[in-house]
Ligand binder design. Structure first.
Ligand code: B12
Ligand code: SF4
Length: 480
């Protein structure tokens, strides 16, 4: 069957102002996984990435008319709500018989609402979709009902929205084929500034699920942690090096060091295969899941940088968001990582529930005291499906369900924040985000480090572009 997957454009708010310059053009790996699986089993699936290919609705219209697709799948993050709807309407206008399927983080927590409210969307997939989509294709081919397909919401023959039983998570991740990057025009992609040293730098995902319970995380419903075998990780890395010229790999797993023995084995295999001499890599993880020994091994295997989810410098707030780490663990992780010779990056959040202005400022100062090579300050944005969202609805602190505005870079947007803790204001927090960035980056120490750390021209160019974009965005004062 001929199937098209579409990644909507991210052309809204922050991305227009700052994201276009320093933000990512990121491989839509979710779609690559699903399309590769379908093709592996003999179907004809392709991908249109509106964001990275710079496609307008008119371009998509042309493509749809020429392609005559029987099914169209559209990826949906919460912030992409309106754009997904526009695309679904377009597909139906061109051919009302095309089955429109949505999936991704937003439908996974709002499937029924979407099916009830959006007539142009036929099916919403909940959770992982590689095998769910295979079942859907088979049902369409055999003209069967979707009633027996687990893990979806759809409109039945009577026009009612129904949800089928939950689908079990894919236990053996190696059973999913290695994502076929030939489905993308790989030269278009690059991570955002803090994620690479040398291009091409491409994304690899080696695991799914997380047993932790952070109240802000919209992946908490995927509790069971699963991972690819180290052999499979090496095979995928080799594919990127040999067939796509990768100079770097960005492991975008939520927690790359979740299982210590696995991480050690991957590192040892990278060294045994000599891959550490061909590429470098970076990853993301939690501060409580690193040790100095492990970090030294990671460095030896080519790891140059680690992004840590720090979130706050205040223990009360860390506990409240169920982060399950201590301030001491945070300090140790940064100390050890630097000691191992790996660059550090800190993800920070401001405007958490119950956070006071003093505590926001404390977090900004804490980030500076950790002295990471980069820090990101985003505004706390409770996403649907999270514990934080449910609580904020109860307390009346959720100011909007305009899904398009659910951006963690709200400080650079024209709209008010969707979530404002009691006693704070949207403007105060927006200004604080800009203040945090300015006060972190425009310190002589940081500027000096960036200048001495530049090892090639593209890096210099990216720092200058980033600084200019930041300056343009942070001219306002951190006034209330
Ligand atoms: C890489 C990444 C990015 C990349 C690329 C995003 C992209 N276009 O794919 C970049 C850096 C651009 C990015 C940006 C943002 N991201 Co992001 N990102 C991720 C990350 C770390 C990995 C995504 C991934 O590839 N996963 C691997 C694939 C295999 O898993 P998956 O995406 O869940 O896909 C499976 C299912 O969901 C489903 N599925 C997914 N898409 C589709 C489509 C169809 C048609 C079907 C049927 C099924 C389906 O099937 C897939 C295969 O099983 C996730 C965290 C995570 N662990 O997933 C966050 C995550 C997706 N991001 C998130 C957020 C909040 C953002 C931002 C909004 C942050 C911001 N700046 O404000 C921006 C959005 C930008 C914008 N304006 O739209 C949230 C989404 C929450 C939500 N409800 O929308 C996540 C879940 C993080 C989190 N834990 O909260 N992100
Ligand atoms: S934020 Fe990270 S550690 Fe916390 S639940 Fe989500 S994936 Fe797990």
């Amino acid at each position: 069957m001929k199937i098209l997957f579409i990644m909507p454009s991210m052309d809204n708010g922050y991305w227009k102002k700052l994201g276009k310059k320093v933000g990512p053009r990121s491989e839509p790996m979710s779609l690559v996984y699903i399309a590769s699986t379908l093709n592996h089993y003999g179907h004809n699936a392709s991908i249109l990435d509106c964001e990275s290919e710079g496609l307008s609705l008119q371009d998509v219209e042309q493509h749809l008319k020429e392609g005559n697709f029987e099914m169209v799948g559209i990826a949906m993050l919460t912030v992409m709500y309106t754009q997904t709807l526009e695309l679904a309407k377009l597909v139906k206008r061109i051919n009302p018989n095309t089955n429109v399927v949505v999936g991704g983080p937003h439908p996974s927590t709002n499937a029924m609402q979407i099916i009830k409210e959006v007539p142009e969307i036929d099916i919403a997939v909940i959770g992982e979709a590689e095998f769910t989509f295979m079942d859907l294709v088979r049902a369409v081919e055999d003209k069967k009902s979707f009633a027996d397909i687990k893990g979806i919401a759809y409109r039945n023959e009577k026009g009612e929205a129904v949800m089928t039983p939950e689908r079990e998570m894919i236990q053996d991740l190696d059973s999913i084929p290695i994502p076929d990057r030939n489905l993308l025009r790989m030269h278009l992609y690059r991570p955002s500034v803090s994620y690479y040293k040398k291009l091409p730098a491409y994304i690899v995902l080696t695991s799914r699920g997380c047993p932790y319970r952070c109240t802000f995380c919209s992946k908490v419903f995927e509790k069971t942690y699963r991972y690819n075998s180290p052999e499979r990780v090496i095979a995928e890395m080799k594919d990127l090096v040999e067939n796509f010229g990768a100079k770097e790999i960005v492991f975008r797993d939520d927690t790359f060091t979740m299982k210590r023995s696995w991480t050690e084995e991957v590192c040892k295999k990278i060294i045994d295969e000599g891959l550490h001499e061909k590429i470098r890599w970076s990853c993301m993880t939690r501060v409580n899941l690193v040790t100095l020994d492990l970090l030294k091994l990671m460095k030896k295997a080519g790891c140059w940088g680690i992004h840590f989810g720090v979130e706050s410098g205040n223990q009360r707030l860390l506990d409240l968001m169920k982060k399950d780490v201590t301030v001491e663990q945070i300090r140790n992780a940064f100390k050890w990582t630097r000691e191992a010779g790996i660059e550090t990056r800190a993800f920070m959040m401001i405007g958490l529930p119950t956070e006071t202005r003093e505590e926001s400022l404390e977090t900004i100062e804490f980030a500076k005291s950790l002295d990471p090579d980069w820090a990101q300050f985003t505004i706390c944005t409770p996403y649907p499906g999270t514990e934080m969202f449910r609580q904020a609805i109860e307390t009346g602190e959720m100011k909007s369900t305009e899904w398009d505005n659910y951006q963690t870079w709200g400080g650079f947007s024209d709209h008010s924040l969707v979530f404002v803790p009691q006693g704070r204001t949207s403007n105060e927090l927006k200004n604080l985000q800009k203040y945090a960035l300015r006060s972190f980056y425009f310190r002589p120490k940081v500027i000096a480090r960036k200048i001495t750390n530049i090892d090639n021209l593209p890096i210099l160019r990216k720092y200058v572009t980033g600084a200019v974009a930041l300056m343009a965005g942070v001219t306002e004062r951190a006034a209330e």
